[in-house]
Design a protein around this ligand. Structure first.
Ligand code: F6P
Ligand code: MG
Length: 485
């Protein structure tokens, strides 16, 4: 089922005081941009011997400080400078098509993508800083501080991998329990992204990542479609059909690590013959995985003592995982697939027409896993849906900003009848933004009442307006599946 643009609700706006986008635009983005300035300032002073590099670094710092002032002032969004990348036209066409947009009054999803694409142009247009990732140090530091959970999971994984051969003899149903556990580990790996780090300490993060925390959080999964997903993969396996799983990545560090555990599990259990990862081409939403991050994390797994410090406890467990994953890579069963589609400003409903080749590949996949909050916002168009809207309805509605993302060639026309309903879509998302769909009737009201005294007191559940605060912290999650039609 799909809706026409006229009946779909509007996307969340940075002008709406009840949206998390309002606070994000006014407080969180300036903090993120300050982080870029701080990182770059340190990096520039490491290059004091190369004058042209220092001068150019200082000029970038000045431009990024101006950007911060623009955001604080709620200034108009200006066209992006053309750095030759594929996405620029889509951003600038959208700015023209939608009239004046300001930092404080524009669709939240568009504006946030614009912010990260704009930051990337300062570097891509430079001579000395083209490949510099101002978020890399943060990504690495957080991964280092995740060691307790990394070590715990590596030991469990190795234990499981050596027992897997005896799984057939294990208690009936145990395979599905294991499947569920691994997917839930993968889900909660998304609970801590660096764009929220402004509110969390490293200790808070460690607590969120441990197995105790995961057990306690089971009841916070508001929709859990994993039994249907297990069925989907099991059916292909039982029929002897080769099965490909795609993972549209979110954050680097700990989250990427659990995604790699998932890939290792799927490939070694025979539930998939091939796993394809989809990273971002540029530094994105602070902590998202780039191809360079992927290689860095793979390198850390191969030589963990160098990164985490020497300890005989975890080194063997991590190198076990590393050699298994590297083996799959050599066989071509584990790979990376890049596309500029993931850093366009549009919702994923635009995919069939924006990148027909990528869409065709994903259509052939037995499961396409979308990790994290931003991917969920893009799947649902970041619109103010009623929370009981069926998941499939939200992911097939025309994408906001979709038109400017579309290709106009003949191949793209072929796919005009296609939609996200043609893919096997699985969203693994901890909620860090307003949009949510597919909830049972009454659940949103219950959560609002329980977590928001103002809502409980003022409306006693009679009104759905006002902020959906429960959905902003990453404490609640959804696992939603839409099988290809
Ligand atoms: O907290 C909100 C936010 O920063 C959004 O801007 C974005 O959707 C999300 O978090 C990033 O989270 P994730 O890494 O899970 O996509
Ligand atoms: Mg992210």
């Amino acid at each position: 089922m799909s809706r026409s643009a006229t009946t779909s609700p509007a996307p969340y706006s940075t002008a709406d005081p009840s949206s998390f986008g309002y606070e994000t635009a006014r407080k969180r983005w300036p903090t993120i941009v300050t982080g870029v300035v701080d990182d770059l300032t340190k990096a520039v002073f490491q290059h004091v011997h190369v004058k042209s590099k220092v001068d150019e670094g200082c000029a970038i710092i000045a431009s990024i400080q101006d950007l911060k002032n623009e955001i604080l002032a709620g200034a108009e969004l200006c066209p992006l400078k053309d750095d030759g990348s594929a996405e620029i036209a889509a951003y600038n066409e959208e700015l023209v098509a939608s009239g004046t947009q300001t930092w404080h009054d524009s669709p939240w999803l568009f504006c946030e993508c614009y912010l990260f694409k704009r930051i990337s142009t300062y570097f891509s247009l430079s001579d000395h800083w083209k490949d510099y990732d101002a978020f890399m140090n943060q990504k690495m530091d957080t991964f280092r501080s995740s060691l307790p959970a990394v070590a715990e999971l590596a030991a469990q994984y190795r234990g499981l991998a050596t027992q897997q051969k005896d799984a057939a003899a294990a208690a009936p149903g145990s395979e599905e329990v294991l499947f569920r556990e691994i997917f839930e580990v993968c889900l909660w790996g998304n609970a801590t992204d660096l764009s929220l780090l402004t509110n969390l300490s490293y200790e808070d993060i460690q607590k969120l990542q441990g197995s105790e925390a995961r057990k306690a959080a089971e009841s916070n999964i508001l929709v859990n479609d994993l039994p249907r997903v297990y069925d989907q993969l099991r059916r292909a396996q039982d029929a002897g059909k080769p099965s490909r799983v795609d993972i549209v990545l979110d954050n680097s560090g700990f989250e990427l690590y659990v995604d790699l555990l998932l890939a290792g599990y799927l490939l070694s259990s025979g539930l998939a013959q091939e796993v394809v990862f989809h990273p971002k081409n540029i530094p994105w939403f602070v902590s998202d995985v780039t191809p360079a991050d992927f290689e860095a994390v793979m390198g850390i797994l191969a030589d963990p003592a160098r990164f985490f410090g020497d300890s005989s406890n975890f080194v063997g467990d991590l190198t076990f995982l590393s050699s298994q994953l590297e083996g799959f890579r050599k066989q071509g069963r584990l790979s990376l697939r890049t596309s500029s589609f993931w850093t366009l400003p549009c919702g994923f409903a635009a995919l069939p027409r924006a990148d027909p080749a990528l869409f065709a590949e994903l259509r052939a996949s037995n499961l396409v896993v979308f990790k994290g909050d931003l991917n969920y916002r893009k799947l649902t168009g970041d619109r103010a849906w009623s929370p009981t809207t069926p998941f499939v309805e939200a992911i097939t509605a025309p994408a906001p900003s979709g038109k400017s993302c579309e290709q106009s060639d003949a191949k793209a026309e072929d796919s005009s009848a296609s939609s996200m309903a043609d893919l096997n879509v699985l969203a693994l998302r901890t909620c860090k933004a307003d949009v949510v769909v597919g909830l049972a009737p009454g659940k949103d009201e219950e959560l609002r009442s329980a977590t928001d005294p103002e809502y409980a007191a003022a409306a006693a559940g009679s009104s759905l307006s006002g902020p959906r605060r429960w959905a902003w912290s990453g404490k609640w999650a959804v696992i939603q599946f839409s099988q290809a039609r």
